[in-house]
Write a protein that binds this ligand. Structure first.
Ligand code: N2P
Length: 357
């Protein structure tokens, strides 16, 4: 080998080593490149083993972040710092996002497992034809309470929460529509009421609950209730179902005045970079066995009809978490009330929060 050839071979080898090092550094630091998927979901809302299974099956690396309210999620997506490939908003937020042109239309030909979703969760008014969103979980809002700590007393109504005996006993989930909704429902008003006088009345009624409110909290509400730090909580149904399997003194009720029926669906934000991978993930989560495993882990109610077949009967037949269609008809789904009204709900909720401190 002459000297010149040897010289070029060494240079080529050195550059190859350098390139390899740089590229592996890139993947371990930011996964900014090709084969990744950035998911933005509610806290405690997936069995993380399923993320690993998806990565293994597809070779796609998942970056996973969580939020604890629709409003927080929207702000983050609008700011655009991180570009999410999948998010999981609730119905009124999906309606708002599609009207604000923040979502990409889905390609349903890439979602063959969509056939497993129960028709009653498809084609709802917040997203006609499921053009932008695919059902993930659904549920209600209600009261979880500790029968032992309440000496066998049953709670059945929102107004039961105002009982002076519950002083400093109530934990509330940190959601503007849920907490305002409790005030509205307790006065017999709709969860979608926009009359200023009614909203103010609801907020003033909530203010009178303050002596009974121990705290307004995020996902730690489950741990606090399971550990009996408080005897009553305003929660989403699946959080109740999860802690009821840990503490047998807990029970869950959807109050008789009425409550909220909600749907959380998977969407692809307009700014997404990995649209193919996003469809793969949605289709993966729709697989009946995957959905069943996820549902058992998370505790929420699945819209996947086929998944129910893989789940224990006592879960599927529990009317508290799989309320009959007749019962769900009596519940209200949040409407997208428009920017001004939603901002007003948030403002009143914020005032109430300051009042409880
Ligand atoms: C899970 C929260 C469920 C959200 N931690 C209800 N929309």
């Amino acid at each position: 080998m002459n000297k010149l050839v040897r010289f070029f071979l060494i240079i080529a080898l050195a550059s190859a080593v350098l390139l390899f090092t740089i590229s592996s550094l890139n993947t371990s630091q930011g996964y900014s490149g090709g084969n990744t998927l950035t998911i933005y979901n509610w806290g405690d809302y997936i069995d993380e083993d399923l993320i690993k299974q998806f990565e293994k099956e597809t070779g796609i690396k998942v970056i996973y972040e969580t939020f604890d309210s629709n409003e927080a999620m929207l702000t983050k997506i609008q700011q655009g710092g991180t570009t999410y490939d999948i998010a999981v908003p609730s119905e009124y937020m999906i309606d708002k996002m599609r009207h604000e042109n923040l979502l990409l239309p889905l390609d349903q030909t890439k979602l063959p497992n969509l056939k497993y979703i129960d028709k009653r969760f498809m084609d709802l008014s917040f997203d006609p034809g499921n053009k932008y969103s695919i059902p993930y979980f659904w549920g209600t809002v209600g009261i979880v309470y500790n029968k032992k700590m309440l000496n066998g007393k049953n709670l059945t109504s929102w107004n039961d929460l105002w009982d002076p005996e519950l002083q400093n006993e109530i934990l509330l989930l940190d959601g503007a529509r849920e907490v305002m909704g409790m005030g509205l429902n307790s006065l017999g008003y709709s969860l979608n009421d926009t009359k200023q006088a009614h909203l103010i009345a609801a907020k003033e009624k909530l203010d009178t609950l303050t002596p009974n409110v121990k705290a307004i909290v995020g996902d730690e509400i489950k741990m606090l209730l399971a550990n009996e730090e408080a005897s009553v909580g305003l929660v989403w149904s699946g959080d109740a179902s999860e802690i009821m399997s840990e503490n047998e003194d807990l029970d869950y009720v959807v109050p008789k005045e009425g409550s909220n029926l909600w749907f959380d669906n998977m969407v692809i934000p307009k700014t997404a970079k990995h649209i193919e991978a996003a469809h793969k993930f949605i289709n993966f989560m729709l697989d009946p066995k995957v959905a069943a495993q996820n549902t058992e882990y998370v505790g929420y109610s699945t819209p996947n009809k086929q998944a129910l077949k893989y789940m224990p009967k006592e879960i599927v037949n529990d009317e508290r978490f799989y309320p009959s269609p007749a019962l769900t008809k009596k519940l209200e789904v949040y409407d997208n009330l428009g920017k001004k009204n939603l901002a007003y709900y948030n403002e009143l909720f914020l005032q109430f929060k300051m009042h409880t401190k």
